[in-house]
Design a protein around this ligand. Structure first.
Ligand code: TYD
Length: 198
């Protein structure tokens, strides 16, 4: 089973990804937890380029995310799924569709085309989109903001709208959840929904 978590920064998706992995492991399943961008040595280097300083044009940004994804799929995700493990990934293709395709304006087709060779036929079995008001999430961020976080509230609002559009267009794969709920309540809802899938 391949499960991904999506949402704007500060939506609580990383917490839910970790909770789900722990629950599945407690049930005796092998779970591989990973994140984008990153998850491989190359991916972590690309992450440094993407989140560091300096301007990156939208196409270059999308191409770097796609390159990190290609390596992660080949080295981590496919081998894990092939041996029957579950994979829980913090961000995946929908981040590129929302951030680069819609919020940056590259277009969904351009981003899909760029990512097709990286994905092949691979898509998540289920994607959980955690929704929180962008103004709240901006306030939750801690530490020095990275290059994408410095885009500010208007950009986060565009990403939030983009995610909602994607989820409305792909209801069979993407489940929207209220990120304001208690973490334990969300974790239970997520596990219940996956049980219904299996
Ligand atoms: P990260 O520190 O991982 O943020 P978070 O903890 O919110 O996941 O930084 C990842 C940033 O990269 C985040 O702002 C979203 C962005 N991103 C894209 O724009 N496109 C992508 O395809 C991916 C995977 C991430």
């Amino acid at each position: 089973m391949f499960v991904t978590f999506e949402g704007i920064d500060g939506s609580g998706k990383s917490t839910q990804a970790a909770l789900l992995a722990a629950v599945l492991r407690a049930e005796g399943r092998e779970v591989v937890e990973t994140r984008e961008p990153g998850g491989t040595p190359l991916g972590e280097r690309i992450r440094g380029l993407l989140l560091g300083d300096g301007e990156i044009v939208p196409f270059a940004e999308a191409a770097l995310f796609a390159a990190a994804r290609a390596q992660l799929v080949a080295d981590v995700i496919r081998p894990a799924l092939d041996r029957g493990a579950d994979v829980v990934c913090d961000r995946f293709i929908d981040s590129s569709l929302a951030y680069q395709g819609l919020a940056r304006g590259l277009g969904l087709d351009a981003v899909l085309e760029l990512n097709a060779p990286a994905l092949g036929s691979l898509l998540p079995d289920r994607t959980f989109l955690l929704l929180v008001p962008p103004a709240e999430s901006a306030g939750r961020a801690t530490g020095r903001p990275d290059r994408i976080e410095r885009e500010g509230l208007a950009f986060l609002e565009r990403v939030d709208r983009a995610y909602r559009e994607l989820a409305a267009a792909l209801p069979a794969r993407i489940t929207m959840l209220d990120g304001g709920l208690a973490p334990t309540q969300l974790a239970r809802a997520i596990r219940d929904e996956l049980r219904a899938l299996a």
